[in-house]
Ligand binder design. Structure first.
Ligand code: AGP
Length: 613
């Protein structure tokens, strides 16, 4: 939610900032702005995409080697020029960009209004920069002290960067609850600031992840990190794992399509070096370090949001089926607000692509407060969720830029499958030969995904037939019920077609009323113990003239007469089938969205990383 970029060094800042904002646009894209410091402090902002901002800068003075920029996902105040960041203090001497929400902004604003302040925007952020200047003036504090004092009054979440006309060569940034990373440039005194490392990777691989409650001060070419209480911290410099190529579209028209096609590799990367099908061993640090805990766990609670929650639902089947461990799957946003009962022998697993989802982080914090052991299954290396976890595993899917999650989902399911196998081994709920067999099949999955991707042309033709549908229904059973939910979510978010995912047997308890000749119904009917039941469900749809798109196992001709369209995926183990069966659903939603001329990578109202509650 909102992307921030800052630069200080010898290069022209504006170009670096605009490029960085484009990389961060997945975080929000309703307006954008820059502030440049070059003797004076110039602020330019514009409703719309970063490209609109860039065009609006034509002919303007964009000189300056210090600057910052912002791409917004609106929370307080509608998306327009005046609410776009950066925001300025009353004198115009200070400017701020902000990601997060200042929850007590109304109270702070009231106090400032009483002291004669007037505001230009409807945002919480403008209140903060007014407050800082107000404190500087009335308490006669330095900029740094005033920033600390103001942040001490703030309730909520923030990552901020501040520039001051009267402090050239000086940048202040701070973090609480919203991500912020500092890149150390190759030249002395060159630093980058950003919401994540994607704008930085082009220039340096040395980064410092700022922690909650820390302030980064760049002054006289030096970086100092302090706590909000003014205690100097020793920065921990990390090396970035990502490279620039991963952040480009690489010839694909959209990041989403590139990421769909990357899945043979991303799935492989998520189990590479972690399983040995010959010995049946699992080589994962968290499995080693928490061996005793894992063997004694009485219950798993899996938490996440959106697609990550769907991965948790698949894992519920995996853990219960393979390792015989009871599982609860919770929306992080519900879990955190309902005083959940947590026992010491529970294990909480937080699932997240970004590692920054505010609700998931808050749910983890609650679980930790209640004494639980918390694991993270996360894609973004160095993000907040792995840092807050006791243990866990990265999914290693590589950067996912498309707002609609694709390769992150299949990688999450893969890693969760590894945990289920590890627990099955420890608890001896599966024989060693069965574990080896499943591992062998896991090794075959990337190749089978490759085959499933060859269905693209067929799926394109089906998409052409249904691109104007008003509604879609997705049905699945068992392991593939969450796949139905995920298929429906993908279609909703990028094509704006209303879609529902249901356990197939539930259809007759309500959704069947929706079925008529206008309703496409996607049924995941691959070979498993539910197959015959699914055939009956398909009969029920056809009896009401619904249009059936059936995902079946290669070679199955049983539905040829009944279904309107058949999509054949390679055969696999039922417990691994969600990974494969998701692929055609991703392609279907992608093609429908493109045909409807929707912005696939940046769907309306969404942001990749939901860092507000
Ligand atoms: C997926 O396509 C969505 N954009 C969204 O539901 C996402 O999965 C959710 O916001 C959770 O994000 P996270 O995995 O980064 O925590």
């Amino acid at each position: 939610m909102c992307g921030i970029v800052g630069y200080i060094g010898n290069k022209q800042a504006c170009e670096i900032i605009l490029k960085g904002l484009k990389r961060l646009e997945y975080r929000g894209y309703d307006s954008a702005g820059v502030a440049l410091l070059n003797g004076d402090l110039r602020v330019y902002k514009k409703q719309g995409k970063v490209l609109d901002l860039e065009e609006s800068l034509e002919g303007k003075n964009i000189e300056g080697t210090i600057g910052m920029g912002h791409t917004r996902w609106a929370t307080h105040g509608e998306p327009n020029d005046k609410n776009a960041h950066p925001h300025q203090s009353p004198t115009g001497d200070l400017s701020v960009i902000h990601n997060g929400i200042i929850e007590n902004y109304a109270t702070l604003k009231e106090g400032l209004l009483q002291r004669g302040h007037t505001f230009k925007s409807d945002t919480d952020t403008e209140v903060l920069i007014h407050l800082i200047e107000d404190i500087m003036k009335n308490a006669n504090l330095s900029l740094q002290d005033a920033v600390r004092a103001a942040l001490g009054q703030v309730v909520g979440a923030y990552a901020i960067v501040i520039l001051s006309k009267n402090h050239p060569e000086h940048v202040i940034a701070a973090r609480k609850g919203s991500p912020l990373v500092v890149g150390i440039g190759k030249e002395r005194g060159e630093f980058f600031l950003a919401s994540d490392a994607t704008p930085i990777v082009e220039y340096t691989n040395q980064v410092i992840y700022i922690k909650d409650g820390e302030i980064a001060i760049i002054e006289n070419k030096e970086l100092t990190i302090k706590t909000i209480d003014n205690v100097i911290q020793t920065p921990y410099i990390q090396e970035l794992e990502m490279n620039l190529e991963q952040l480009e579209k690489g010839g694909y028209p959209h990041f989403m399509l590139k990421e769909i096609y990357e899945q043979p590799k991303s799935i492989f990367d998520s189990f590479r070096g972690r399983i040995d099908a010959k010995s049946g061993n699992i080589n994962m640090r968290s499995v080693r370090d928490y061996q005793e805990k894992l063997s004694k766990v009485n219950r798993l609670i899996l938490i996440g949001c959106g697609t990550s929650w769907h991965a948790g639902l698949v894992a519920e089947y995996l853990f219960e089926d393979l390792a015989r461990v009871p599982v609860e799957v919770e929306y992080a946003s519900e879990f955190r607000y309902r005083n959940p009962v947590i026992y010491p022998d529970d294990l909480i697993v937080s699932i997240s692509q970004s590692g920054e989802t505010a609700d998931t982080l808050a749910a983890m914090e609650l679980a930790k407060q209640k004494g639980a052991t918390v694991f993270g299954v996360c894609n973004v290396v160095g993000s907040s969720i792995p840092r807050l976890s006791h243990g866990g595993a990265y999914t290693h899917a590589g950067p996912e830029i498309g707002v609609a999650s694709t390769k992150a989902f299949t990688a999450q399911v893969t890693v969760l499958t590894l945990y289920a196998l590890a627990m099955a081994k420890q608890r001896e709920t599966l024989s060693s030969s069965r574990i080896k067999q499943l591992m062998k099949e896991m090794e075959a999955i990337p190749g089978k995904v490759e085959q499933a991707l060859k269905l693209n042309d067929k799926i394109y033709k089906i998409a052409e037939l249904y691109k104007d549908a008003k509604n879609f229904l997705y049905l699945g059973r068992g392991y593939n019920f969450p796949v139905a939910l995920e298929g429906a979510l993908k279609l909703k978010e990028i094509s704006y077609i209303h879609a529902e995912g249901y356990p197939a047997a539930e259809m007759k308890h309500g959704p069947i009323a929706l079925i008529d000749e206008e309703m496409p119904v996607v049924v995941i009917a691959t070979n498993n113990e539910h197959y015959e039941k699914l055939v009956s469900n398909i009969q029920e749809v056809k009896a009401r003239k619904g249009k059936v798109i059936a995902i079946v196992t290669e070679g199955n001709t049983g539905l040829n007469e009944l279904a309107d369209h058949i999509i054949e995926v390679p055969e696999t183990e039922n417990c691994l089938s969600p990974i494969l069966n998701t692929i055609p659903l991703q392609l279907l939603s992608y093609h429908i969205a493109v045909m409807r001329e929707c912005n696939v990578d940046q769907p309306r109202n969404l942001a990749k990383s939901v860092t507000v509650e």
